[in-house]
Design a protein around this ligand. Structure first.
Ligand code: ADP
Ligand code: ASP
Ligand code: MG
Length: 417
């Protein structure tokens, strides 16, 4: 069994859906499973629907309409027969979104989020299923929610591995091509859950683990894993091979081409991961498996934008000790602020953090009781794995250095543009 993951970019419009057919015809699809994401930026658009449901009812219907039109435009381009059942099925799915929004009684934002946002993947796989059939690629549509079971931590659900493995083996027991959704699962009551943004890579790894797949291929708009994000760096180099451990490090520091949770299940069963271009499916791309950390051995640059650099110092010049650090970290945890770098000296303590949920102002009001607090907003955190003598210079040209930390393999630099 091979697992193919098609992400949002690979199915973002009718042309790209047609390309999925071409990829499958090129690389073969017998005894394979497709795990697909929502089309293009659908998840963001559905997030707007949820936001409007809670805070802006006037725009609610319009925001659903945006998602509906986007998908109907795609199927209209893909299917000339307007009587095709894909149109009926799609209408049913949008009717059920509307029905849910009208009848829901739960005030729980995260619960509602998962019930609505999960439609992105249900819709995309429905379209793909019917379109592949049209192309002569027979396939079975599988509802991931019947297989992937999680707890009720909506928007960041944790997988119940025992039940999930059993379910996946039961649901996917054919040599034919199967197609299912990334990112989504369900709780014990059957309500939809999601695994965290960009979680489809992780779903592909979960299915591969359960099926003891021979490989996972994630199809991307880049030729593979590069030594830096091509959106921010020129002259990038393709990494032909990366060890599981090195890939886990790169993903952990923020190389967003692979979701950080993806590697662990694959490593456990030694299932190789290929990252390949959906535009050039015959090229080798990147292979993540056992072996030496990196081929070729080049510095790898990872950037996280929109970070916050906070420095705390004691008001009375007393030392910042373990007790203080422990209290400070409890607060970061309480306010759901992710700490990316830590540096401390005798009387001060600096952290570079990500404040996804905009809780810093509340946290700051707590911290000022005990500490002098200074901070820089909107800074960038650069991480270089396997840095060389030129790495820092390459990052710092035209920028101001705010913090630098170096250990054997990794250099981290916080800058202001
Ligand atoms: P999808 O959601 O379609 O599966 P993503 O957008 O999540 O794909 O991932 C592909 C993008 O990841 C690329 O377009 C690229 O900008 C970005 N990226 C970040 N770091 C890297 C890297 N080291 N190598 C290649 N691409 C990277
Ligand atoms: N559709 C989800 C997202 O955009 C999951 C994914 O694409 O991996 O976050
Ligand atoms: Mg993605």
């Amino acid at each position: 069994m091979r697992v193919f993951k098609f992400g949002g970019a690979s199915v973002r419009d009718a042309e790209n859906v047609k390309n999925v057919c071409r990829v499958l015809q090129t690389v073969g699809y017998k005894d394979s499973l497709i795990v697909a994401s929502a089309m293009g930026k659908t998840t963001n658009a559905l997030e707007v629907v949820v936001h409007n449901y809670f805070q802006n009812r006037f725009d609610l219907a319009e925001s659903v309409e945006v998602v509906k039109k986007y998908h109907f435009d795609i199927v209209n381009e893909l299917f000339t027969d307007k009587e095709h059942q894909v149109f009926v099925r799609l209408k049913e799915l949008f009717d059920s979104i509307t029905y849910f929004l009208l009848n829901n009684k739960s005030p729980n934002y995260n619960f509602v989020y998962d019930q609505i946002v999960s439609y992105g993947e249900i819709i995309s796989t429905t379209i793909l299923h019917f379109y592949l059939q049209e192309c002569g690629i027979t396939n079975k549509w599988i509802d991931a929610r019947n297989a992937l079971k999680t707890d009720t931590v909506y928007r960041d659900a944790n997988v119940n591995w025992d039940i999930t493995v059993e379910n996946i083996k039961r649901e996917i027991n054919t040599d034919d091509l199967c197609i299912t959704q990334g990112f989504i699962g369900s709780d014990y009551n059957g309500f939809s859950t999601t695994l965290g943004r960009e979680g489809s890579d992780y779903s592909a790894a979960i299915f591969a683990y359960a099926l003891e797949a021979q490989s996972v291929t994630i199809w991307k708009d880049v030729p593979g894993v590069l030594n830096a994000d091509p959106r921010y760096f020129e002259d990038t180099t393709l990494l032909q091979h990366i060890s599981y451990q090195e890939a886990i490090e790169l993903a952990f520091y923020g190389a967003s081409v692979i979701h950080p949770k993806t590697l662990q299940p694959l490593r456990q069963k030694e299932i190789p991961l290929y990252v390949k271009s959906f535009l050039n499916p015959t090229l080798a791309g990147t292979n993540v498996s056992k072996g030496a950390p990196l081929t070729p051995q080049v510095p790898c640059f990872i950037v996280k934008k929109n970070q916050l650099l906070i420095s705390l110092s004691s008001k009375d010049f007393s030392f910042i000790m373990e007790q203080n650090i422990s209290d400070i970290f409890k607060l970061f945890c309480e306010y759901n602020i992710k700490v990316n770098v830590i540096q401390n000296s005798a009387i001060s303590f600096s952290v570079c953090v990500e404040d996804k949920f905009n809780h810093f102002e509340d946290l700051r009001l707590r911290l000022v009781n005990d500490y002098k607090v200074s901070y820089n907003e909107n800074v960038s955190l650069y991480t270089v794995r396997h840095f060389d003598n030129n790495s820092a210079e390459r990052i710092l040209t035209g920028k101001t250095l705010l913090l630098k930390q170096v250990n054997r393999e990794t250099m981290q630099i916080v800058t202001k543009e």
